[in-house]
Design a protein around this ligand. Structure first.
Ligand code: GAL
Length: 376
């Protein structure tokens, strides 16, 4: 048998060995093994392309995963839990071993997580918590209580005297984060409502509960039900305009506005800015979207809570790699999602206003100075 033939044979057997070794160390069906060549290792599902926040995450994921040398597919659910489930199913057919998913609706996404789990894939809940299922293996997020608390603290720090008009707005009730943000804000605002610094102008439910320092989830749901923006620009604008129409001139003047994120903050700021009885307004935000950073520079939005998405992406990839290697990602605590305590890691957040916009967002390399005009 010619020398060349033996060589090919030994190479082939080597390959088999490798496959076998891989096979051998691949644990039971439930735990992920390294994907076969051409198979997708990690699949990512994000809520919608219609919000700058999630385009931000897509970009940062692509940058980071390209650097890590992993194939990845990022799909968007366009605000629909049905499309979200289809996205998950299509990724599972491509053999993913880890699903990174930011749910459109935290409870509706449980079905997709269960399906992924049944198919042997690990599930990482990204930014928002998937609720009411034990199929979530890990959760990467920001300190969402601190987001709400920092928004509220900004209003408190700028309020003088008594009777300051306060307008409350919240995120989508389908998003677990909306409750956590509101919990953080209420914890800081409630004592200042109770002592008369602020007077709530646009929520009878909140007025009814203003003596309570800590609210139950049902009580939060009642208030959120009245002041939700559904994370939608137009919903926020229409709600703010309706509140302003219903309010008397005496309920306006120098007003304080808790807006849940940047997209809704700009819509609400435009509505209050256009009202002749509003002399000045302070409005909060979240996400440091470019358009809102420009609003802050131009004095049309007061602050935002910067959540460095590069950190969230890094934590998600580190967790995916650990799970792909059948090891438990590093967890700093857990979140109870109604069915299980999900191991989690959460990152800190930073308040950004006109005074530290350069240090917080330009010097940190998050944005370029040329992305804005009039930078202080
Ligand atoms: C939240 C997220 C925020 C915000 C919002 C709207 O869950 O944490 O950063 O952007 O969704 O999509």
């Amino acid at each position: 048998m010619s020398h060349r033939k033996t060589k090919i044979l030994s190479l082939f057997s080597l390959l088999i060995v490798v496959a076998m070794v891989l096979g051998a160390c691949a644990p039971a069906a439930a735990t992920p093994a390294a994907p076969a060549a051409g198979k997708l290792a990690v699949g990512i599902v994000l809520p919608t392309k219609d919000e700058p926040r999630w385009i931000q995450d897509e970009t940062r994921f692509k940058d980071a995963l390209k650097a890590a040398g992993y194939d990845v597919e990022i799909l968007f659910s366009q605000g629909s839990s049905a499309i979200e489930k289809q996205n998950v199913e299509s990724l599972l057919t491509k053999g993913i071993k880890v699903l990174i998913i930011c749910p459109q609706d935290g409870t509706a996404a449980a079905a997709a997580a269960d399906e992924a789990n049944k198919a042997g894939a690990k599930v990482i809940s990204y930014d928002r918590l998937i609720r009411e299922t034990a199929s979530v293996d890990y959760y990467v997020t920001f300190d969402s209580v601190a987001v709400g608390a920092q928004q509220a603290q900004y209003l408190v720090d700028h309020a003088k005297g008594q009777g300051n008009p306060l307008y409350l707005y919240a995120g989508a009730a389908s998003d677990n984060n909306a409750f956590v943000f509101f919990q953080g804000a209420w914890g800081v605002l409630q004592p200042k409502i109770a002592d008369g610094t602020f007077v709530i102008k646009n929520s009878s439910e909140a007025v009814g509960l203003q003596a309570k320092a800590t609210l139950t989830r049902d009580e939060e749901a009642k208030i959120i039900g009245q002041v939700t923006t559904n994370w939608d620009f137009n919903t926020a604008k229409n709600l703010a305009e309706a509140n302003l129409t219903a309010a008397k001139a005496a309920d306006k003047g120098n007003v304080f506005i808790l807006a849940p994120n940047d997209g809704t903050a700009r819509a609400i700021a435009d509505a209050f800015g256009a009202d002749k009885d509003v002399k000045s307004y302070l409005v909060t935000g979240q996400d440091a979207e470019k358009a809102s950073v420009q609003y802050i520079i131009d004095g049309k939005q007061s602050m935002t809570v910067f959540k460095d998405v590069r950190t969230l992406v890094k934590d998600a990839i580190a967790a995916a790699v650990a799970l792909l290697k059948d090891t438990a990602p590093a967890a700093k605590g857990s979140y109870n999602n109604g069915k299980a305590d999900v191991p989690a890691i959460q990152s800190a957040v930073v308040t950004v206003d006109k005074a530290n916009v350069k240090a917080g967002l330009i010097d940190s390399g998050y944005y370029k100075a040329t992305d804005f005009t009039g930078l202080p």
